[in-house]
Design a protein around this ligand. Structure first.
Ligand code: PLP
Length: 438
């Protein structure tokens, strides 16, 4: 099929996620045919830097030889077999490897429960916390504390603990009640827990960075303070590392940076290096043991998806973790994070249409100054970036950059230069000369 035929068929048959389809038909979005390293190529042969790691997933780049080989080798054994009543080597090996790299300290994550995406990993943690208390006879502990601006996924349980009104308010009648608190407000949280802690099953949060809200950064020490309050009021702490996990903030997991080990930790996205859908909810032994009992006591965690722990996905994840070791990805990342900061300071910060740049590791949010909602300025910037050879994505009027950890310094320079020029062109301000792409 030609590109034109594919576009016509797309408009005829598809409904894209988080997309107003009415505008979609008027746009000639690239149809991506292949990828290589940090680049994506469309059906017309145009190359684009993958500036958002294919929605924050791609860690070591596209078509990494080790990941390709791992998936192919597993394909020669078996593509899928269930985890319900059976097990398989990649699921076992991956669980061991994940637990070995998980944050550790005053407690230990010792069990891995697989699922398929970030939303379900969070649903599972919420259900685990709820059932844990129910089994323990703490009938009154049914509520969840969550943060303003939080995003934990799009399934109804995850939406119930979501704090982004644009995505979540509409569905409120379908959701369970939670207790909402402001990120950074330790005293406010303590007041809530002192009064209502006995009703709380768990607290859920994205550690250090609230991604989907526009890369909002928590104040230093907040994560640690929340851990301490959860301990004080005997509340299960759930950390959603779906976006922050696997090197995004500069360390393997964001929790490490404040010496925090949650009771439940959820990972997805980068887990398979961006190859296949897989997620995991990691639990401490205390949580796990709460579910043990004779069958007729019905303490079983009655939850499981058809593709839970899919072997191809587990093979990709094992290879992803191996590449972290083999290529010393995190050590190589540190200078790139520094360079990214310098490039943003030099080329993007001076633009008069940029209100603020927020950054933690490779997670970047460039917030534009006020533009009328209908102008869809964030979106206009992504179109201008696309024309110049980079895929970036807006969250409202915040432009997000989240390149693969494997990006080279030259590619990083190019990505930032394109972004600066795209912002300048779309918003109609002068681009600093150094950022011109000529
Ligand atoms: N949690 C966080 C912190 C996320 O950023 C996301 C997705 O962006 C999710 C959960 C949902 O993950 P998924 O889209 O795989 O369901």
């Amino acid at each position: 099929m030609t590109t034109a035929d594919l576009r016509a068929a797309d408009r005829e048959a598809l409904w894209h996620p988080f997309t107003q389809q009415q505008g979609w038909s008027a746009e000639d979005a690239p149809i991506i045919e292949r990828g290589d390293g940090c680049f994506l190529y469309d059906t017309d042969g145009n190359a684009y830097i993958d500036g958002v790691s294919s929605l924050w997933c791609t860690v070591h780049g596209h078509r990494h030889p080790a990941l390709d080989a791992a998936v192919r080798a597993q394909l020669d054994r078996v593509a899928h077999t269930t985890m319900l009543g059976l097990s398989h080597p990649p699921a076992i090996e991956l669980a061991q490897k994940l637990l070995a790299v998980a944050p550790s300290g005053d407690r230990q994550l010792t069990r891995v429960f697989y699922s398929d995406n970030g939303s379900t990993a969070n649903e599972i943690a919420l259900k685990m916390a709820f059932q844990f208390h129910k089994i323990a006879g703490n009938e009154q502990r049914t509520k969840f504390v969550y943060l303003n601006n939080s995003y934990h996924g799009d399934t109804l349980g995850s939406v119930s603990v979501g704090g982004i009104d644009l995505f979540h308010t509409l569905f409120r009648p379908l959701l369970f009640d939670g207790i909402r608190t402001a990120p950074g407000d330790v005293e406010g949280l303590e007041r809530i827990l002192a009064e209502r802690g006995h009703e709380v099953a768990a607290l859920i949060m994205e550690p250090l960075v609230q991604g989907a809200a526009g890369i909002l950064l928590h104040p230093d020490g907040y994560l640690r303070a929340v851990r301490e309050l959860c301990d004080k009021y005997d509340i299960i702490m759930i950390c959603d590392e779906v976006a922050t996990g696997f090197g995004r903030t500069g360390t393997m997991f964001a929790c490490e940076q404040e010496g925090v080990v949650p009771d439940l930790m959820n990972v997805a996205k980068g887990l398979t290096g961006g190859y296949l859908p897989l997620a995991a909810t990691l639990a401490t032994e205390r949580i796990y043991e709460g579910f043990l009992g004779r069958f007729e006591e019905f303490r079983t965690f009655f939850h499981g998806h058809t593709y839970t722990g899919n072997p191809l996905a587990c093979a990709a994840a094992i290879a992803t973790l191996q590449v972290f070791e083999d290529e010393q990805t995190l050590a190589a990342l540190a200078p790139k994070i520094e360079l990214l900061g310098e490039l943003l300071d030099e080329h993007v910060a001076p633009l008069t249409s940029v209100a603020e740049i927020r950054r933690r590791g490779t997670m970047v949010g460039i917030e534009l100054t006020d533009f009328p909602l209908a102008s869809r300025m964030g979106h206009q910037v992504t179109l201008a970036a696309r024309e110049r050879g980079a895929i970036v994505r807006p969250l409202g009027d915040t432009i997000v950059l989240m390149p693969p950890l494997s990006i080279s310094e030259d590619e990083l320079r190019r990505l930032v230069a394109i972004t600066a020029e795209a912002i300048a062109v779309a918003t109609g301000v002068e681009a600093p000369v150094a950022a011109q792409l000529a």
